[in-house]
Design a protein around this ligand. Structure first.
Ligand code: AHG
Ligand code: MN
Ligand code: MN
Length: 349
């Protein structure tokens, strides 16, 4: 007879893990559960995106200049209201809002966590039925009490307490870490629960997939061009050429690479020296997850999680995924830097 495994729901899993920390107060667990709940509501809307008049653009641009789709707004509002009533969070910063949003109710103003959000990632894929997602990070506030402040959000990525994403794909999954490995939960629509389906996700050390918007090739810096050419060159020993896969939803590209191994890159271009992706809403949470699954995340030469942000909507170039592949691109970045860096003799001449 086939052996049956007990189904562990997201709520049960969070509760079990809380019991492993003797001083846990349950606040973080409550916050994660609230995020999971908001994700189910957003999932419901995403699934009927083709049926209702939620499709199409609002014609408004968000803070970083991208066109905002209606579903972005819906997801933003949904997560914000879930956090507002949660009581475990004193404020949030979202890609869709110019400034952070403090929660000043009696219950929440002294809560010890803040949340950063990319409520709808991959919004250009909404109308065409391609995977999209939500990305979140949780930090312990820096200020002691009262309404949250900017400094609570401008913390380096290594200070994240938890981070995760929800992928609305062929199935809907929530994947998250609290700094103790990465676990994935698949939504079973028949019972409306996220169930543990991918315990302790480990990204393969070596990958065979590279993901980058290759249309920008001519605008990339020389070492990035050379690394891409390396990915395309034939070599039996290292299984090259690698395959190119690019969805255009960070959540989708990272999720696939976590499962199969691979590298995701959004490098600087001539016109965007800081790349496109946002440090707080996209790079930090994904870097935390990638590292926790055994991978690596850099901006070219520095560890992403060691960057000190100076503004909410800051962007950063990013290279993340399987260790071996990120090491290789770093080698290219560093070797070219050495060549272009003026020597002492040249400077003093
Ligand atoms: P968002 O929809 O939150 O603005 O994010 C889109 C991002 C990211 O998901 C993806 O990796 C990247 O933009 C794709 O950008 P290009 O179209 O420039 O390749
Ligand atoms: Mn995004
Ligand atoms: Mn977004």
């Amino acid at each position: 007879m086939k052996s049956l495994r007990k189904v562990i729901t997201l709520d049960e899993f969070i509760f079990q893990n809380e019991k492993d920390f003797p001083f846990a107060t349950g606040e973080l667990s409550g916050l994660l559960r609230d995020i999971g709940f908001a994700a189910k509501i957003v999932n419901r809307e995403v699934n009927k995106a083709g049926l209702v008049d939620i499709l199409g653009t609002t014609g408004i641009n968000n803070t970083t200049g991208d066109e905002v789709k209606k579903l972005d707004m819906f997801a933003n509002e949904q997560f914000i209201s879930a956090l507002q009533v949660s009581g475990e969070c004193c404020g949030m910063a979202s890609e869709e809002n110019d400034d952070f949003v403090p929660i000043t109710t009696e219950d929440s103003r002294n809560a010890k966590y803040v949340v950063t959000l990319d409520p709808l990632d991959g919004s250009s894929n909404i109308d065409v039925n391609v995977a999209i997602g939500t990305i979140f990070s949780i930090y312990r506030r820096q200020s002691f009490f009262g309404p949250c402040r900017l400094e609570d959000f401008l913390q380096r990525g290594s200070r994240q307490v938890a981070a995760g994403y929800i992928i609305y794909g062929s199935s809907t999954m929530m994947v998250y870490t609290t700094g103790n490995g990465v676990n994935g939960f698949t939504l079973d629509p028949s019972i409306g629960e996220f169930c543990l389906s991918h315990p302790n996700i480990k990204s393969p050390e070596k990958g065979k997939i590279y993901s980058v918007n290759q249309g920008n090739f001519l605008k990339f810096e020389q070492p990035v061009k050379e690394y891409i050419t390396y990915c395309q060159s034939e070599d039996k020993l290292s299984n090259r050429p690698y395959s190119l896969r690019y969805i255009g939803s960070l959540v989708g590209d990272i999720h696939r690479n976590l499962m199969y191994g691979g590298i995701f890159m959004y490098p600087a271009t001539r016109s965007a020296m800081q790349g496109k992706l946002r440090l707080l809403y996209e790079c930090f949470p994904m870097a935390f997850i990638v590292e926790q699954s055994g991978g690596k995340a850099i901006d070219g030469t520095r560890r992403i999680l060691d960057i000190d942000p100076i503004e909410l909507h800051q962007r950063s170039p990013v290279f993340m995924g399987s260790n071996d592949m990120v090491d290789k691109v770093e080698e290219y970045m560093k070797s070219t830097m050495k060549v272009t860096q003026p020597t002492v003799a040249a400077v003093t001449a």
